[in-house]
Write a protein that binds this ligand. Structure first.
Ligand code: PHE
Length: 336
């Protein structure tokens, strides 16, 4: 199209708009000329084919045509979207809305539930305010055990305490269900710790429990935790067990993941050891089965307990646990 032809078409277009007598005609003309597939946008799209030296003048003429057509349509009660056009600079950048992000602790809990969900585990829940039986006695913890001390545990009278671990949910789950039992239990836990970079009086754990009437072995536990390690931290991460003691598991182990940062070579994250401690675990002690009314001759199982903060800190490279509780948007926003 030449400039002269363009001017002709423009005159024709403006005349048509001027003659339009009702809203339907105005709308049809809007679609015909300035709509998404209208002739003016088509001209703009075709600009690249206009000879270079004519392009500036042609461009100006097209823009003028559009402005006049839109003004004429608006005057007739039409507009870009059938409404009066807004006086806005469409080239301005859009307004930026900060999208909410999930807290790292919530993410770890959700991801863990997904990973174990694929292995047939469901999520169980229990109260944060527990009794002595569920938090200690049924977990085979002797009455003189230091963890029961007033200096370690928040007690409310003789029989009521803020749970020091998620393990009491093991007891509640077994009391309420017959085997097979396959659950994870995420939740808040409390200990009288002084807060520093790696301790907090209120933290989170994820308990795991599998009990079945067919034999369950330490190798089963290891394979499940190895799967979890790879899903959570990356495919190269492996698991090792170190002998340990918990009153409610026998044998008991501490669980290390190979360091996902240095791949086990040794770095500042794993304190040069190549390994990071993440959980306590073991085979459920027969005495625990007796406390919940299971026959230890008929059932066997394993249990494990992760520190959620610990996993979050190594997964996201967080050096101070306190960041996880301060809700500083500058910190949380980085994980978006
Ligand atoms: N409850 C233990 C702790 O808080 C962890 C654990 C859970 C150990 C399950 C063994 C089995 O340290």
């Amino acid at each position: 199209m030449t400039l002269a032809e363009l001017e002709n078409n423009k005159a024709e277009c403006l005349a048509e708009i001027a003659a339009a007598s009702d809203a339907a005609v105005v709308e049809a003309l809007r679609v015909k000329y300035v709509g998404r597939n209208g002739s003016i946008p088509a001209l703009i799209k075709g600009m690249k084919d206009v000879p270079k030296e004519e392009r500036p003048a042609f461009g100006k003429a097209v823009q003028a045509w559009r402005a006049e057509a839109e003004a004429a349509l608006a005057a007739k009660g039409g507009g870009a979207s059938g409404e009066k056009p807004v006086d806005a600079d469409l080239t301005l950048p859009g307004r930026w809305w900060r999208l909410g992000v999930k807290h790292p602790l919530s993410r770890v809990i959700e991801e863990t539930a997904q990973v174990f969900g694929r292995l047939g585990f469901t999520v169980a829940d229990g109260p944060e305010l527990e009794n002595r039986f569920n938090n200690f006695t049924a977990l085979n913890t002797p009455a003189h055990h230091p963890s029961m001390d007033r200096s370690d545990t928040f007690w409310f009278g003789e029989d009521c305490l803020l749970r020091t671990q998620t393990s009491p949910v093991q007891i509640r789950t077994m009391q309420a269900n017959r085997p097979p039992v396959r659950v994870i239990c995420p939740g808040r836990t409390y200990r009288r710790d002084t807060t520093d970079a790696t301790h907090s009086a209120n933290f989170h754990q994820i308990e795991g429990l599998y009990v079945d009437t067919k034999p369950v072995s330490l190798a089963d536990l290891k394979s499940v935790l190895a799967y979890f390690a790879k899903e959570m931290m990356g495919s190269g991460v492996t698991v090792r067990f170190r002998p340990h003691f918990f009153p409610f598991t026998e044998p008991s182990v501490e669980v290390d993941f190979s360091c996902h940062v240095c791949k086990g070579k040794g770095c500042s994250v794993c304190k040069q050891s190549g390994w990071i401690e993440v959980a306590g675990a073991g085979m459920v002690d027969p005495r625990v089965f007796k406390f919940v009314g299971y026959d230890p001759k008929e059932v066997s199982g394993y249990a494990f307990g992760f520190g959620v903060e610990r996993i979050a800190m190594i997964k996201y490279g967080i050096s101070d646990i306190r960041w996880l509780y301060e809700n500083d948007i500058r910190f949380l926003g980085q994980l978006g």
